[in-house]
Design a protein around this ligand. Structure first.
Ligand code: NI
Ligand code: MN
Length: 226
């Protein structure tokens, strides 16, 4: 079965596969480029990479409305539970076999405080194994050489930030592709704000010129079938 990905803008994806609908980093309210609204998206599980407002986003309200289980680091999972939401906490390097597939948390070099400044644990990326396919969503991170270890798992799709300033920019994201060697790359975390304006077509051209990967540039609202 294919895995269906819907890009809602910034770092947010809807992922359908393994009999479930996942939502990753649902920053919709307040996102000028969001392609969905928080009161209409569906989710059985919501994956949250870190507690910054542009990733935690509408997690609590969507989980309260849909009954979705929040999957995140222990600190964010514990916070979600205080909001009356079901949550499953993991930590970096740890994975768990959910009914839809496996989720493992990877390292991410970034911060993770909540919007009010309180501690949000360590930021992470996600290695998802769904329908026999490995998807690496790097979330917010700088380049790190251990991406090579993630690549050794055999990555079908790598979702990588290219915005620069807060995360990798296009040059380091290209180096990341060379370390991970995925079959497909989707760039994210650009153009939402002026500080992270980028040219995704130029990034795609560089990826396809210098690596074996196919680069798919999605506009918010567009989908990709893996
Ligand atoms: Ni962040
Ligand atoms: Mn961010």
């Amino acid at each position: 079965m294919p895995v269906e990905l819907a890009y809602y803008g910034h770092a947010c994806f809807g992922v359908k596969g393994g009999g479930a609908t996942l939502l990753i980093d649902p920053f919709l309210t307040g996102n000028p480029l969001a392609a969905a609204s928080a009161d209409e998206v569906e989710a059985d599980y919501i994956l949250v990479s870190h507690a910054h407002g542009d990733h935690l986003g509408d997690t609590v309200s969507i989980a309260q409305r849909t009954g979705a289980t929040v999957i995140s680091n222990h600190e964010i999972a514990t916070y979600a539970e205080t909001q009356g939401v079901t949550a499953h906490g993991l930590h970096i390097g740890g994975g768990y076999d959910f009914p839809f597939g496996r989720v493992k948390l990877t390292i991410a070099h970034h911060g993770s405080s909540f919007p009010d400044g309180s501690y949000g644990g360590n930021p992470c990326g996600f290695l998802l194994s769904i329908e026999g396919k490995n998807i690496y969503h790097a979330c917010d991170t700088g380049l790190f050489y251990d991406m090579k270890l993630i690549g050794e798992e055999g990555i079908e799709l790598a979702i990588l930030p290219i915005g620069d300033n807060y995360t990798m920019g296009p040059k380091d994201a290209l180096r990341a592709v060379k370390l991970i060697e995925p079959r497909v790359v989707i760039p994210i975390h650009y153009d939402t704000f002026d500080l992270i304006k980028q040219d995704p077509a130029a990034f795609a051209k560089a990826v396809e010129a210098e690596t074996q990967a196919k680069c798919v540039v999605l506009k918010p609202g567009e989908s990709y079938s893996l």
